[in-house]
Ligand binder design. Sequence first.
Ligand code: GAR
Length: 213
Amino acid sequence: MKRRTAVLLSGRGSNFRSLLAATQAPGFPAEIVLVLSNVPDAGGLVHAVANGIATAAIDHRAYRGNRAAHEAALIAAMEAAGVELVCLAGYMRKLTPLLVGRYAGRMLNIHPSLLPSFPGLHTHERALTAGVKLHGCTVHLVTDGLDEGPIVAQAAVPVLPGDTPDTLAARVLVQEHLIYPAALAQLALGGSGVTPPPGAALHNPLPVSGPLP
Ligand code: GAR
C-alpha cells in the first residue's frame, strides 16, 4: 500500500511537481492525495488541480494571527483525507507544536541550504555573502525549531565564480528536485538512510575549494 501523503506549499510548487512525478512512478511507496496551501492563488494548487489531485486553500489571513486555529483546519483536512505523511514544499509559515506534534516523525521539510547553515530566508544571498564554497539543500524531519530536525538527505553544489543568488538558487533547485523524492521514498519505507537517485550530487564530484589567499 502506498503511504497517503499531503503536500503543503505557499508558492509555485516546483518541488511539489517533482514529488508528484516521482510518486506516479510504478512502485513508488507513497502517493500524493492532497495539496494544501495557505495562499489561495499559489501556482502549486493550479498544477495539483490540473493533475486531478484534491486541493484545499486554507488562507491563514482568515484566522487573524491564530496559528493554532489555522493549523487545526489543516489537520482536519488531512485527517479527512487519511493522510499519513506530510511534505512541506515551500510552505512559508512557521509551525506551532500542534502541527509538528501531530505529524512527528512523519513530516518532512526541504530547505535551500546545507543545514544547520543558513536556516530562515534569503539563503542564497547569505551563502554568497559568507563566501562559502559549498552550498546546497537539505531534507529533514520537522521538529519545533525553525528549519531544524534530523537530516534525511542533503545535496551539495559548488559556489562558482560569478554566481548570483539566482544562478545559485537555480543550481540548488535542480538538486532539491532529486533529493526530496528520494527522502520521501525512504520515509515511506520506514528506513533511516537515503539512496541517492541517479544524478543527485549527494557526493559532489566537483572541486569545491580554491587556493588559499
Ligand atoms: C524551495 O527552494 C524550498 O527549498 C524553499 O522554498 C522554495 C519553494 O520552491 N523552502 C524554504 O525556504 C523553507 N524554509 P517551490 O515552490 O518551487 O518548490
